[in-house]
Design a protein around this ligand. Structure first.
Ligand SMILES: CC(=O)SCCNC(=O)CCNC(=O)[C@H](O)C(C)(C)COP(=O)(O)OP(=O)(O)OC[C@H]1O[C@@H](n2cnc3c(N)ncnc32)[C@H](O)[C@@H]1OP(=O)(O)O
Ligand SMILES: O=C([O-])CC(=O)C(=O)O
Length: 373
């Protein structure tokens, strides 16, 4: 009998030069750079690092930035869809569908050509934020501002969403959140993208599938779950009883726990620091106080720590971003990581095809005619 690793836990499925998640130590690297170093950069520099495996000089960065900004315009058919989609649709579902649609506007999508695929990756990284922001405006009956070329990825998303250029502080907060979310090894959504890519399907199919995987509450969907939980609890005084009750019912506390990290997720302290500052500025410290108490209880009682989704929720909430855009923002940031992984998969492709252990009925069942069943 072969050994079954449920959820592929502990299995090394391929090599990568992109991200390394050191779960026991709580350390994260992109292409050899510690996440604590990477937060000193801009998101665009990190995108360059993921695509080219080195940090850019100014000329190289300018070239990538220009390429990203030149691709912001969506095909009219996709804009029409964003306007026509049901107003109460989940933005993450609309985003997944719009990415899939983009594939039908790209006639070169089936080329497994290196430079063409890098161009597709850049286009998706550029357009994904426009999709989320346009749908958000459209569902409120607001006009869609024309895309601009003079704003960073983070500032441009906030500009399209709100119709005004954000403050430098809001821009930098989102920029750091994008950096922290860009890459994370063989997490479920990235692995999904690589599995699809490994069949030599196209980038759009791989990314639509990855968005579907990210959406789940055990993965990127947890950041929305955190705000719903905090709203349900309502006050700092109610935290202890609520958590005790949830644990007694064997419910999962959103934003807590991780398959790989056995200590604190190294992204969480950065997001926590931003959440503390922003909630203080807003005069709404209760959200972070409740979060801190939940994290303390889970650490002390269950030995579990906060993951990236725990504090990012309060950061986005403080930036006045609606809850159902939290997971789409994760997808916007992760687009660079997903597409870098798809490119890497194609550079050394081998079809993913694991085995399964059959535990069904004994072999040799006989077919009984339908009228006798
Ligand atoms: C960006 C990201 O994807 S980060 C993860 C985002 N997801 C979440 O925040 C959802 C909440 N967390 C979880 O569901 C889990 O911690 C996961 C799915 C992330 C990882 O879980 P796994 O590696 O599969 O661990 P598993 O679910 O087996 O948990 C191990 C034990 O810890 C408990 N546990 C793990 N996470 C939690 C949690 N958030 N709340 C309560 N108990 C938990 C489990 O109930 C289990 O306890 P048991 O041994 O008594 O049955
Ligand atoms: O690595 C994982 O399993 C989930 C995660 O933290 C991420 O994708 O950022």
């Amino acid at each position: 009998m072969s050994v079954v690793s449920k959820g592929l836990e502990g299995i090394v499925a391929a090599e990568t030069r992109l991200g390394e998640v050191k779960g026991a130590e709580g350390v994260l690297f992109y292409c050899g750079y510690d996440i604590n170093e990477l937060v000193k950069l801009t998101y665009e520099e990190v995108v360059y690092l993921l695509y080219y495996n080195k940090l850019p000089n100014q000329t190289e960065l300018d070239k990538l930035t220009t390429a990203l900004r030149a691709e912001r315009e969506l095909p009219q058919g996709v804009i029409d869809y964003l306007k026509a989609a049901p107003k109460d649709a989940k933005p993450i579902d609309v985003m997944r569908t719009a990415v899939s649609m983009l594939g039908s506007y790209d006639l070169k999508r089936h080329d497994i050509d290196v430079s063409e695929n890098l161009a597709t990756a850049i286009r998706l990284t550029s357009q994904i934020g426009v999709i989320a922001a346009y749908f958000h405006r459209s569902r409120q009956g607001l006009e869609l501002p024309a895309v601009r070329k003079d704003l960073s990825e983070a500032a441009h998303f906030l500009y399209l969403m709100n119709g005004e250029v954000p403050s430098k502080e809001a821009e930098r907060t989102l920029d750091i959140a994008y950096i922290l979310h860009a890459e994370h090894g063989f997490n479920a959504s990235t692995f999904t993208a690589r599995v699809v890519a490994s069949t030599l399907s196209d980038m759009y199919s791989a990314i639509s599938a990855a968005i579907g995987a990210l959406k789940g509450p055990l993965h990127g969907g947890a950041n929305e779950g955190v705000i719903h939980m905090l709203q349900e609890i309502g006050s700092l005084e109610a935290v202890d009883a609520w958590v005790a009750d949830a644990l007694a019912q064997k419910k999962k506390i959103m934003g807590i726990g991780h398959r790989v990290y056995k200590v604190l997720d190294p992204r969480a302290p950065h997001l926590r620091e931003m959440a503390i500052k922003l909630t203080e500025q807003l005069g709404e410290a209760k959200w972070i106080q409740m979060s801190e108490r939940i994290a303390q209880i889970m650490r002390e009682q269950k030995g579990l720590n906060a993951n990236v989704d725990f504090y990012s929720a309060t950061v986005y909430y403080s930036l006045d971003i609606p809850t159902d855009l939290f997971t789409p923002i994760f997808a916007i940031a992760r687009m660079s990581g997903w597409t870098a992984h798809v490119l890497e998969q194609w550079s050394e492709n081998r079809l993913f095809r694991p085995l399964s252990e059959y535990v069904g009925k004994p072999y040799g069942q006989k077919v009984v005619p339908i009228e006798q069943r």
